[in-house]
Design a protein around this ligand. Structure first.
Ligand code: FCB
Length: 286
């Protein structure tokens, strides 16, 4: 029988699955150390990454597209954007903090950064006071997310939301056009009836777009397709209900749109890594 490959548990090393809603860390790359390699994900990731250089110099991309980042530079990699970065050859170190996340729908406006190359967004923190604030926020997200308390992920998401709002505020982003109101309306309709199997056709009719136009706009602006987004929201809601109510797993499944408990458990496990009941067990009250 073939042995299963052991899972990579360290997100700093190749092979980590990133099958979570939020994970963060600091990657301290020093010349010739074990982390001194190019992070190369030609097909990008499912979630977003926000990255802050705190020391040394990094290089993103190669050849004509190459650009470097130094302390105070923030990068945003949207889903599917190519990741190709590492220590700049002329710098002994590149230390950067990062957060990988699956955003909440209403964050979409704050995730439209000015793009430099191939969809990668970039902002610069103008002074050391701002740098300290952002460095502190990244640190707090990591610490909070690692705490073993029932609401640690929610609290970390809350800090991340603050970080993204501050990025928005600290830049001229607020002047950029906001998300299309029909896409927002579609998100709202789906959120209000999470359990309903609303088809793309019906949804499109309600927001006065053709199904293909809505599907295209949605993916472009939210970063994932409609069905995937609804599944994300269902799982987020299910996690909250598991943590904060005594409802049975079957009832929670039903409430978020899965009448078949087995199917619900399978989807949940695929997305969260553990079954709903294991998830509930781990989230013991303080
Ligand atoms: C780590 C990298 C970091 C970021 C996360 C998602 O391995 O060091 O820059 O890409 O993965």
């Amino acid at each position: 029988m073939q042995k299963e490959k052991p899972k990579q548990l360290n997100p700093l090393l190749p092979g980590y699955a990133f099958d979570v809603f939020l994970v963060s860390g600091m990657t301290p790359i020093a010349q010739d150390s074990t982390l001194d390699f190019i992070i190369d994900r030609p097909r990008g990731m499912k979630g977003f990454i926000v990255n802050l250089t705190i020391k040394g110099k990094g290089q993103v991309f190669q050849g004509d597209k190459a650009f470097t980042v130094e302390p105070g530079d923030l990068l945003l990699f949207p889903p599917a954007a190519v990741h190709h970065y590492g220590r700049a050859a002329d710098a002994p170190v590149w230390f950067h903090r990062w957060v990988y996340f699956r955003p909440r729908a209403y964050w979409a406006d704050w995730l439209k950064w000015p793009r430099v190359v191939d969809n990668v967004g970039r902002l610069n923190l103008a002074d050391s006071q701002l740098f300290d604030e952002f460095d502190g926020l990244f640190r707090a997200i990591e610490e909070t997310n690692q705490q073993l308390r029932p609401m640690s992920e929610q609290l970390a998401m809350n800090l991340l939301e603050r970080l993204l709002i501050r990025c928005y505020e600290a830049s001229s982003l607020a002047e950029y056009p906001t998300i299309d109101h029909r896409v927002l309306q579609a998100c709202q309709i789906l959120s209000e009836s999470l359990a309903a199997e609303i088809s793309v056709e019906v949804l499109a009719q309600q927001v006065f777009l053709s199904p293909s136009r809505l599907a295209h706009l949605f993916r472009e602006q939210v970063g994932v397709g409609i069905v995937r987004w609804r599944e994300d929201q269902r799982i987020i809601r299910a996690k909250l209900l598991l943590q904060t109510t005594p409802m049975s797993v079957a009832a929670i499944g039903q409430q978020v749109g899965y009448d078949d408990q087995l199917y619900f458990s399978r989807v949940f496990k695929k997305r969260v890594g553990v079954s709903p009941s294991e998830y509930r067990k781990c989230a013991t009250p303080l």
